[in-house]
Write a protein that binds this ligand. Structure first.
Ligand SMILES: NC(=O)c1ccc[n+]([C@@H]2O[C@H](COP(=O)([O-])OP(=O)(O)OC[C@H]3O[C@@H](n4cnc5c(N)ncnc54)[C@H](O)[C@@H]3O)[C@@H](O)[C@H]2O)c1
Length: 368
C-alpha cells in the first residue's frame, strides 16, 4: 500500500458522534486528523476548532485535500453510500459509520468500486475490537464455554428521541432499533458463530410519531417510518442460534445484554456498544457468576480506523471490514423483510473471519 508515516484523516459529518471520534483520534498517534467537513461548513469549522484540527469546510474541499488519505464518514445512514462513493472516487480509503449503507445494492456497489480503485473500506462498529469483546472471543476460542450453542440479546430503551438533538434519522429507513443498534450485537456474535444464515422476526411500532425530547428542537413532532420494536431468531453458519430483542418502545431501559451459552458454561459479554466492561461466566453446576479480568487497552470509537491505518502501511488485513458491514446490513434487512413477510428469510452473504487481536494490541502507541 502507498504512503508512509501517520495516516491523514478527514472527518465528514460534524454531528453528535464526531465528538467521540475526534477526542479519541487525538490519542491515536497512527492517525493525524487534517480536515473536518459537513453539509453545514460552519458546523465543521466549530468542531474542527474545538478539537484543534487545522482544516475545515465543505466535502469537496476535504476530498481535494492531498493531506487526507482516509475519510471517516460520520454522516447519517442515508448519506453513507453517496459520501463513501465520492471519497473512493477521489482516491481515498473510507471508514464508514454503521449501518454500512441502507440497502444491499449500494453496499455491494461500494465494495466493487473500492476494489477497482484499490482502496480499503472499513465499517463500524469497532467496539468488537475493544478489550471487552476481544477477551470474550479469546476465552471462547480457547474453549472456556465448550461448544458455543445459543445466545441471548437484549437491547430495549424508550428511544433516542429523548436525548438526541436531531433524532429523525433514527426513526427512518436506515434507523430504528434494528439498523441503529443490531450492528453492535450481530457483529459481536458473528465473531463467535460466523455469518448469519437465516432469520425469523416479528415487530411493530407503538406510535406513528415521536416528540423530540432535548436540544433546540425539543417539542417538535416527527414521523416514525420503521419498526420500533423487533424480536428475532437468528441462525449462524457454525450452527449457533440466537434470540434478540431490539426496542425503542420500552419504558424500562435494559441494554448491553449479550449472553452466550456453550456446552460447558454461559458467558456474559460487556455491552457490545462499549469497548470494555465486565465479563462474567458461570459453569455447569455452579450457581454464581464469576467475574473475569478483561485484558487490553480500550481506545474507543476510531480504533477500527487505526487498524486500517496499520493495514495500509503494513500491507496486512484490517478487521472491521466493509464486507463484514455489508453482511451485517444484509442480516438486518433480512430481519425487516421477515417482519413484513412473517416467514424465515435466508441470508447468503458472508465475510472473511479474522483472528482475535493479541491482548497487547494498543491503538494509543505509534506503530506506523
Ligand atoms: N449519536 C450516537 O450516539 C452514535 C453512536 C454511534 C454511531 N452513530 C452513527 O454515526 C452517524 C452519525 O450520527 P450522529 O448522531 O452524529 O448524527 P448527527 O445528525 O448528529 O450528525 C450528522 C452530521 O452529518 C452531516 N451530514 C449529513 N449528510 C451529509 C452529507 N451528505 N455530507 C456532509 N455532511 C452530511 C449533518 O449535517 C450532521 O452535522 C450515524 O451513522 C449513526 O448511526 C451515532
Amino acid at each position: 500500500m502507498s504512503g508512509t508515516g501517520r495516516v491523514g484523516v478527514g472527518v465528514i459529518g460534524a454531528g453528535k458522534i464526531s465528538e467521540q471520534y475526534l477526542a479519541n483520534m487525538a490519542t491515536f498517534p497512527d492517525l493525524a486528523v487534517q480536515f473536518v467537513a459537513d453539509l453545514v461548513p460552519e458546523r465543521a469549522r466549530a468542531v474542527a476548532d474545538e478539537y484543534g484540527v487545522a482544516g475545515a469546510g465543505s466535502v469537496t474541499q476535504l476530498l481535494e485535500s492531498g493531506d487526507v488519505e482516509l475519510v471517516v464518514n460520520l454522516t447519517i445512514p442515508v448519506a453513507h453510500a453517496e459520501v463513501a462513493s465520492a471519497a473512493i472516487a477521489a482516491g481515498k480509503h473510507v471508514w464508514n459509520e454503521k449501518p454500512f449503507t441502507v440497502d444491499r445494492d449500494s453496499g455491494r456497489a461500494l465494495l466493487k468500486q473500492a476494489q477497482a480503485a484499490e482502496v480499503l473500506v472499513g465499517c463500524a462498529p469497532d467496539t468488537f475490537l475493544g478489550p471487552g469483546l476481544q477477551t470474550a472471543k479469546r476465552m471462547i476460542d480457547r474453549g472456556d464455554i465448550g461448544q458455543p450453542l445459543t445466545a441471548s440479546i437484549v437491547f430495549q430503551t424508550p428511544g433516542p428521541h429523548l436525548w438526541h438533538p436531531n433524532p429523525d434519522f433514527l426513526y427512518q429507513p436506515g434507523g430504528g432499533p434494528l439498523l441503529d443498534m443490531a450492528p453492535y450485537y450481530l457483529t459481536a456474535l458473528s465473531q463467535i458463530f460466523g455469518p448469519v444464515t437465516g432469520v425469523a422476526a416479528l415487530g411493530g411500532s407503538a406510535s406513528p410519531t415521536r416528540v423530540i425530547g432535548a436540544g433546540p428542537r425539543a417539542g417538535e413532532v416527527f414521523d416514525v417510518k420503521v419498526a420500533t420494536y423487533v424480536t428475532a431468531i437468528y441462525d449462524f453458519a457454525t450452527g449457533g442460534i440466537a434470540q434478540a430483542t431490539f426496542s425503542f418502545d420500552s419504558p424500562l431501559a435494559r441494554v448491553g445484554v449479550l449472553e452466550i451459552s456453550g456446552s460447558e458454561a454461559t458467558l456474559a459479554t460487556p455491552d457490545p456498544n462499549k469497548f470494555t466492561g465486565e465479563i462474567k461466566i458461570v459453569k455447569t453446576g455452579e450457581e454464581d457468576w464469576q467475574t473475569v479480568e478483561v485484558t487490553g487497552v480500550a481506545g474507543g470509537r476510531g480504533v477500527g480506523a487505526v487498524d486500517m491505518a496499520r493495514a495500509l502501511r503494513g500491507g496486512g488485513r484490517h478487521r472491521a471490514t466493509g464486507e463484514l458491514g455489508l453482511h451485517v446490513l444484509d442480516a438486518m434487512l433480512a430481519t425487516a423483510e421477515s417482519i413484513e413477510s412473517r416467514a424465515f428469510v435466508d441470508v447468503t452473504s458472508g465475510f472473511e473471519p479474522v483472528d482475535a487481536l493479541p491482548p497487547d494490541w494498543d491503538p494509543t502507541v505509534r506503530v506506523v
